[in-house]
Structure formats: C-alpha cells, structure tokens
Design a protein around this ligand. Sequence first.
Ligand SMILES: Cc1ncc(COP(=O)(O)O)c(C=O)c1O
Length: 395
Amino acid sequence: MVEFSQRSQRFQASAIRELFKLMADPEIIPLSGGSPADESFPLAEIRTIIDDLLATQGSALLQYGITTGWQPLREAYIQHLLQPKGISAAAENVIITTGSTQGIHLVCDAFLNEGDVVLVESATFLNTLNVLRKFGAQIVAVDMDDQGMCIDDLAAKVQQYHPKLLYTIPTFQNPTGRTIPLERRQAIAQLAAEYDFIVIEDDPYGDVRLEGEALPPIKYFDASGRVIMMNSFSKIIAPGLRVGAAVGTAEIISTLEVFKQGMDTHTDNLAQAVCAEFLNRGLLPAHLQRISAMYKERRDVMLSCLDTYFPASCRYTIPQGGLFLWVELPPGSDTTALLNKAVQAKVAFVPGAPFCLDAESGKRYMRLNYSFSAPEQIREALRRLGALLHDELQA
Ligand SMILES: Cc1ncc(COP(=O)(O)O)c(C=O)c1O
C-alpha cells in the first residue's frame, strides 16, 4: 500500500471522530456544531438576489474570475464591514477567500517554515490547530483568563519563543465565548510591532453581538502592518456560500494571492456576488438584528438551564455574542468519557480536550453551541446533560 504523506500523520487522530459519526442520528440534540440556525438563513432575499444576478451578469459570474475576488465584494467588504470599524483599506489590501478556513491556510503558506513558533490561546479553534500541525509549526499556548488572552503571559512567551505568528480569536472566541478588552487589543498590536511577528486576528463572530458595545478590532491598532484580520460570511449570512475575506498590507495580500491561485484559482463568483449584493442592498443590519435576537433567546435559555440543571460546582462563561459557551467541570472530570454517555442519552457537545494543546487540562471543559437548536431542544438537552453530570459527580 502506498504510504500517506508525513503531513497526513500530523493530523491528530481524534477520539471523538467516531462518536461524531453517530451524530447523524436525527434524534440527537446537537449542541456540538458551530452552525447557524437553519431558520436564520435569508432564503427569500438570496433567491431574489440570485435571480437578479443571473439576469444581469450571468456570463461574468459563470466565467473564471480573478484570484483576489469579485471586485464589487472587495469594495462592499471595505465599505460595510471595515470602515464602520475604523479600518481604512483599499482593494489591494483585501483578498476574498473560500471561507476564513482558507485564509488561515494562506497565511501559514505565506509565513511558516517547519518548526516556526506559533502562539495560540490556551483553548482555540481545533481546525486551526490541525492546520498549524500540518505546516509543522511548534505551537505554544498562551494563558487565558475571563478576559481572553493574558498579556503578561503573551509578552513572556514572545520573549522566550520569538514567534512568527500569533493566532487569536479576540471576539466571542471559539471555544470559550470570551472577548479580549480594548487595552489588551492595543497591547497585542504593540507587541507585534515591537517583537516583529504576524497576528492573525480571526473574527468570524464579532458581528454576531447579542448585547453590549462593539470593540475596535486589533487591526484598528495596527500601525505596523503586522495584523491580518480574517472575516467570514459563514455566521452572518450562510456557511454554505463558503465566502470569507482577509485584510492586510498590499505586500501580504499579493503573497496570499499567489498561494490562492494554486489552491482554487478563485472563490465561487456567484457566492461572492450574493454576499456583495446582500451588503449593497443594505440587508445585513436587519439580518444581524434578527439572528442576534434569535441567538440571545437561545443563549439565555441555555444559561438559565445551566443554573437549574447542572451541579453547582460547574462554572461557565457568559458570552455577549457568537455561538458558544464554555463549561468548566470540577477537577478530575473527563468530558471525552462523558460524551459517550451523552450520545447514548441523545445529546452531543464537544469535549474540551481537542481545543487544548494540553489535552489533559482540557478534559474538564465542554463547549456548548446555542445557535443551532431551538430553545425547547436546548432545555431538554441541558436537562439530560445535567442528570448525567449529577450521576458522575456522585459516583
Ligand atoms: C474561529 C473560527 N475561525 C474560522 C472558522 C471557519 O469559518 P469559515 O466557514 O469562514 O471557513 C470558524 C468556523 O467555525 C471558526 O470558529
């Protein structure tokens, strides 16, 4: 048998992958995914937009496009998503990507050599961990507290490891739901300038704010051009479109372009044009209001059920936006083992271990998603999980 590449061995065999296969069972209540609610999708608007686009620009959309993206989307992204956050950019600073997943890949392609150090939050998006492993990065975790990444520990690790990249999800983080406050954002941009490393600011959730005031992105404080901000249309319109965007210096964007050319030539034109029209027709603000109200109700149900059904020794984050919250169980708990029992009780969540470099310390956490399931399903799922946890903690 022909051997798979060494790179393929670097993807961690996941103890939970087999369990996830069971989750195709329609009776399981999935608090495990990172999906928007099916009923959140603006189907009628998208249908009208696609009809209009095919009638007026059908051939251009079905033809090959340019690698950096459908020009109207690059412009609309700047006008509707960057300028309101205080970020000024020209088209040369923007590349449209096939989801921000691709943007992360492109930045690794552009900057990482085998063995380069990449700093990440101590619990972080597990797909990114796998991408970094594929590139042979030496991944180092930075401590977090209730306000996200700790700047003291970041500064210490920057001086100790001389990282090439810092990967951070500053707003409504996946998996913890935490948000890094303003002074820390400023400090991150300053450290990047002082110690010469690139910051990937991954921000797919920032616009899904349920309450509270928006904060400027780290990119806003980036006087040195070392911050690359990634955005995604997955959570604010629909993930099946597979459209994301990245903003950085013209030099960085043109290097990403070279790698994207070899990867997929360009992102689907029709999907890009749908996003551009959605923004240019002014549909986004009302849509965000609608989904934020929907997710706020679901989050609140989840929070009140955590209080009602979970043992008092469990702690949890209270995110002001995004899709997830993070539950901490008492020391010695093992959420990977618990998932087995949860699946039998027809509930799914993601155990903490795969999000953490130190899988052992991740074992007492679980990530719960509140965007996908209806409030009554969330209530029932938390009731079942709570009963399992009471049994576990008494055993
Ligand atoms: C932190 C983070 N970054 C990136 C992504 C990927 O998003 P996209 O659908 O744009 O590839 C996700 C998806 O869940 C995510 O949680």
